[in-house]
Structure formats: C-alpha cells, structure tokens
Design a protein around this ligand. Structure first.
Ligand SMILES: *Cc1c(COP(=O)(O)O)cnc(C)c1O
Length: 334
C-alpha cells in the first residue's frame, strides 16, 4: 500500500462529509446568497474573531483577493522568505495584484523574522523614486520552514510594528488551525490586528475544496466582487460549504496529525536522518541527494515531496500512527 505524505491536501472527504454535502440546503450564491454558504461564512467569521468572511475556491484565490484589495500597482509588500504568496502562487501577487514583493529573511528562527528586520525593511521616508511599502503578509503556520508556529505575542509585536510603519497586514492562515491546536489557543487569538485572513478547509481538515478570506464587512463586500471577477463565484455553493462546516468540526483532530509528525520525526532521527523536530504536521529533513531520496521513498511506496531543498513529509487525517510505523519499518529494511 502506498502511504501518501506529500501534503495534507491529499485528504479525501469521508462518509460523514459526503452525507452532509448530499443533504445540503442550497440557493444561488451569485444571485443572492446560498444559505449554507452563509452559515459557513458566519461560523468562520466567529472563529477568526472578525466581522465577515467569504468562501473562495482556493487559498491562492483568497490570498490574491486580499492582496488585490490591499495593493495598488507598484506598492511594495513584505513577506518571510519562502512564503506561499512569494513562491507558490505563480507570481500573482505581482502579476495580478501589482505588488512588488520583498523578502524578509528568517533572522529569528526558521520561518520567523524579527521586528527589527521588519522595521529595517520598511526604512524611513523614501525619496520620490523609492518604492512605497504598504503591506505585511504573514504566514502562520509557515509552510516552507516546516510548519513553524508564530505565537500570539510575536504576532502582536509584528502587527504593532507594521501599523507603526503605516502598513496593512494580511495573514495567510492556510494552516492557522494547526497553529491554534499546537498552541492550545482559539484561532481568533492568532488573528488579532490583521486586516485580512485567509484559511484553508481543504488541507488537514479534509474538505475537497474551499478556503475562506475574512476581514471587515466592507472588505468582504469588495472581496465578493473580486471573487466574481476572478471566476470564483459559484452557484449552489452550499454543497461545498457543507463540507466546510464538517471540516470545522475536525479542527481538534489535527492534534493526532501533530503526534504522528513527531512519531515520524523521532523514528527518522533514530534511523540517522537529519530531521528538524516538527512543531505541527510537517516534517522536513536534509538529505545529501534530494532527488535520489524521493525516488528511493517512491520505490518503497512512500510519497514525500521536495520543499526548499528538504524532503517534506506532511501528516494528515488519512494516515494513521500505524501507517507512520509502516513507513519507518520500510525505511529500516533499506
Ligand atoms: C496551501 C497553501 C495556500 C493555498 O493553497 P491552494 O492550493 O491555492 O488552496 C496558501 N498558503 C499556504 C501557506 C499554503 O500552504
């Protein structure tokens, strides 16, 4: 049996989720408002501690909508090295939202930059030919660094420094749920002060499709227009929103994925791998030859992926502790 640890996006909807989708009450979400979409949007706004939220087909679209509304053409925006908005969205932050991206190096810890480097990056008053910096885009957990968590005090410090420098703040919370579970804090504790937040339903929570972008009521009104412009206005979206509502009931079970990630990391370390201890559900390991290791894993029926020069394993609801033990047993036999 192949054990797929490439991403938590490989999760498939279970029977309960499929039943909820089949039974969803629906309307036309473009003409008026699909009632199940509305339920999901209200539930998300409450969870994130913001006034309003909007369903979008993907996290990339959620981030793009936020960046389009925050940035004017030529505005500079800041994000940590390796951020999804910088490297995994086909350059749409520049191409479609018109922003000039600028990376903040991980000077504090993997995936984490300091307030000092944020302040230094913004700089003082610019000459007329200098770029205007208008946005900070945060990512929690930070994917490319191995699912690292930004705790609420550091988040607050960064938001305060951004505000002081006159920046708006977007939070890419594709895996904010994982940060929330790892810290034992409600998701709303991790969004404080952000203008906009994007969260994914289709990763570890198991929905087949869907993300949410959230913020003020005015932001969401505009976001609905931009979503339509980008082709993301769906009709009987309640079928998809019903999956999202079930997904939200599964947040606590991410703790199992985190335990499995630790189980995997400990086992790999025992086998001599150079692994970084995981904070959430992502395990990264440095290997001498990335392509060779991925091919070797594939030969023994274990799928992993490349991430910033590391092998990346992602645990999720469709792999059990026994599956992880099986991965380790197969590697031990090599
Ligand atoms: C997955 C992910 C997204 C959005 O991905 P989609 O595949 O477009 O849904 C955004 N940010 C981060 C950090 C992610 O990991």
């Amino acid at each position: 049996m192949t054990i797929d640890l490439r991403s938590d996006t490989v999760t498939t909807p279970d029977e309960r989720m499929r039943a909820a989708m089949a039974g969803a009450v629906v309307g036309d979400d473009v003409l008026d408002h699909d009632p199940t979409m509305r339920d999901l949007e209200e539930a998300i706004a409450e969870l994130l501690g913001v006034p309003a939220a909007l369903w979008v087909p993907s996290g990339s679209m959620g981030n793009l909508i936020a960046l389009m509304l925050h940035l004017s053409r030529g505005d500079r925006f800041l994000a940590a090295t390796g951020s999804h908005v910088l490297v995994n969205e086909l350059g749409t932050a520049s191409w479609l939202a018109g922003g000039a991206p600028s990376e903040l190096a991980w000077d504090l810890a993997p995936g984490q930059f300091s307030v000092e480097s944020l302040r230094a990056a913004v700089g003082g008053a610019q000459p007329y030919h200098g770029l205007r910096t208008t946005l900070l885009s945060l990512e929690n957990t930070h994917n490319a660094s191995g699912g690292t968590v930004t705790p609420p005090d550091r988040h607050a410090e960064l938001v305060a420094a951004a505000r002081e420098a006159g920046l708006r703040v977007h939070l890419d919370g594709a895996r904010l749920w994982n940060a929330s579970v790892a810290l034992g804090l409600p998701p709303a504790a991790l969004t404080v002060g952000a203008d906009t937040v994007q969260v994914c339903l289709s990763k570890g929570l198991g929905a087949p499709v869907g993300s949410m972008v959230a913020g003020s009521t005015e932001f969401v009104q505009e976001a609905r227009r931009v979503r339509k412009m980008l082709g993301g206005g769906v009709r009987q979206g309640g079928i998809l929103a019903a999956a999202g509502l079930v997904a939200l009931e599964q947040i606590d079970s991410l703790a199992v994925d985190h335990r499995n990630a630790t189980l995997l990391a400990d086992g790999l370390a025992e086998l001599g791998w150079a692994v970084t201890p995981p904070q959430t559900n992502i395990v990264i390991a440095k290997v001498p030859d990335l392509a060779e290791t991925l091919a070797q894993l594939q030969r023994i029926g274990v799928l992993a992926g490349p991430m910033s020069g590391y092998v990346r394993f992602v645990t999720h609801r469709d792999v059990s502790a026994d599956d992880i033990k099986e991965v380790l047993a197969r590697l031990d036999k090599e």
